[in-house]
Write a protein that binds this ligand. Structure first.
Ligand code: NAD
Length: 491
């Protein structure tokens, strides 16, 4: 069984840590490989940072037009190998093959936007701000930057950061989730083929908390990009800041979706159930609290039918609409939450527990679940369950719905389904979240826009993607210049 190696300085290197954990296919429970995991991964970090900080000295001097050339090649290689990488995503993460293809497409779009860095990095110049004095601002790279990514988008999330970081002249170390490290192994085999990318500019180190702590504590690591659960995001943000780093830490979520009586019923129900149950609910932008306003039962019935009809199975089967959750621990946690919802007094309209999929009887499957009318102050409504579980709540007015939306301590996304422009305007203005969808179920910003979580869904100032990424991965320098005429030689 293959033990994954680190990619440091352009070579595949064995970890100093001999302890490993299994990488497991969540549908079949087949073991796909082993990944180093333990205290000595910290030593791997020291080697990677040394290599990356040496490579930085050369890379920052490469003109930006040249720095983006490897990204054009990477886009092509990702496209040529998309099907193979998508298959790996499904095998280790569980989502359907269609979802894996979509995820990879989003990764490629970030590479495309980062190819525009020569334009995005341009700066400001003010002539004659005082007599004979000019002032301008330049953007310079930071040094070694690191990314710590979660399990649910193994192919996309590293690309919210990697292409921008290197295009801006930094070097980069990725620590993928130990649950799904195979996808980035495939991607790094492509990165290894890029011409014009010096060794040590992009590196990969495996592991868990020890690897992360090594990165957070190392004084030569200048910036940390994190995506994962809120508790870990808070830890990364405070520890990274205490060690003098720039940090962007994207956390968890509990996303509300509101359907008004004037919404297109068929379209809304399809989009909303896709949002709740897509990726088996393991998306930071999955809708999980669905709020109907003044529903006479029609919307509830349509949602119930759509949820019940959703097929669950192995993601490589093209006909399957929902795959398993990531592991047995996750399945047990989700099933516990469903039980708690019942204990809290909610009505279990659809129960996805104890689902067995033929041919994959031991797989970590949870079927579509609907918990109707959980109490507002209970755990069901406020906890990120991160599984295919919908809370369905009916409220009397749009204002009640907005109040519900704004009770959450998270702020990743809120969506509204309506045909009223006035209600849509009010909602987008007043919802206390960073990403808003109007007649959209997963308000995922495209690569040109920042991924704008708020509140407990984000810690930091500058988000991933687009202009924010360029700002995050550069530091500004302001130059004020005076060149007195008298100093000029006469010709
Ligand atoms: P996680 O927080 O358990 O792990 C994320 C990363 O942090 C992994 O690489 C892991 O090795 C590392 N890690 C875990 N515990 C750590 C610790 N104690 N100290 C240091 N590092 C640690 O998250 P996950 O389960 O992999 O991913 C799911 C979570 O990510 C959900 O909460 C989801 O909402 C969130 N998420 C958020 C976004 C967003 O954009 N806001 C996107 C995707 C996922």
């Amino acid at each position: 069984m293959e033990i994954l190696k680190n990619y440091i300085g352009g070579s595949w290197i064995e970890s100093k840590e001999k302890n490993t954990i299994d990488i497991v296919n969540p549908a079949s429970l087949d073991i796909l490989g082993k990944v180093p995991f333990g205290v000595k991964t910290n030593e791997d970090v020291q080697v990677a940072v040394d290599v990356a900080s040496k490579a930085y000295l050369e890379w920052k001097e490469v003109p930006v037009m040249k720095r983006v050339q490897p990204l054009y090649q990477l886009k092509r290689l990702l496209e040529e190998n998309a099907e193979d990488i998508a298959k790996t995503i499904t095998e280790e993460c569980g989502k359907t093959i269609g979802e894996s293809r979509g995820e990879l497409q989003r990764a490629i779009e970030n590479v495309e936007v980062a190819c525009g860095t020569p334009m995005l990095i341009q700066s400001e110049f003010s002539e004659n701000i005082a007599g004979g004095i000019d002032e301008f601002m330049i953007r310079q790279p930071l040094g070694v930057c690191a990314c710590i990514s979660p399990f649910n988008f193994p192919g996309m999330i590293p690309f919210w950061f990697l292409p921008y970081a290197i295009a801006c002249g930094n070097t980069f170390i990725l620590k993928p989730s130990e649950k799904v490290p195979l996808t980035m192994m495939k991607v790094f085999k492509l990165i290894d083929q890029l011409e014009g990318l010096p060794k040590g500019v992009v590196n990969l180190v495996h592991g868990g908390k020890e690897t992360v702590d090594g990165l957070l504590e190392h004084k030569k690591v200048k910036a940390i990009s994190f995506v994962g659960s809120t508790n870990v995001a808070k830890y990364i943000y405070s520890k990274g800041a205490a060690h003098g780093k720039r940090v962007q830490a994207q956390g968890g979520a509990k996303n509300p979706v509101v359907i008004l009586p004037d919404a297109d019923l068929e379209m809304s129900v399809k989009i909303i159930t896709d949002s709740v149950y897509g990726c088996a609910g393991q998306r930071c932008l999955a809708a999980s609290n669905v709020i109907t306003v003044g529903d006479d039962g029609k919307i509830k019935d349509a949602i119930y039918e759509a949820a019940k009809a959703r097929s669950t199975g192995y993601g490589l089967d093209e006909n399957v609409e929902m795959g398993p959750v990531i592991n047995g621990e996750s399945r047990a946690r989700i099933e516990n939450h469903i039980a708690k919802g019942v204990d809290e007094g909610a009505n279990l309209l659809l129960d996805g527990r104890n689902l067995k999929v033929s041919g994959f009887e031991s797989g970590n499957f949870v079927g579509p679940t609907i918990i109707q009318n959980p109490p507002f102050n209970g755990k069901t409504v406020h906890t990120e369950i991160f599984g295919p579980v919908m809370s369905l709540i009916d409220l009397a007015t749009v204002d009640d719905a907005l109040e519900f939306v704004n009770r959450s301590n998270y702020g990743n996304m809120a969506c509204l389904f309506t045909s009223s422009g006035a209600n849509a305007r009010k909602f987008r203005n007043q919802a206390n979240v960073g990403n808003v969808g109007i007649n959209i179920g997963v308000a995922a910003p495209m690569a040109q826009f920042p991924f704008s979580g708020w509140n407990d869904s984000f810690f930091g100032d500058l988000h991933g993607q687009g202009h924010h990424a360029i700002e995050f991965f550069t530091q500004t320098k302001v130059v004020i210049e005076r060149w007195p005429k008298e100093w000029s030689r006469k010709f």
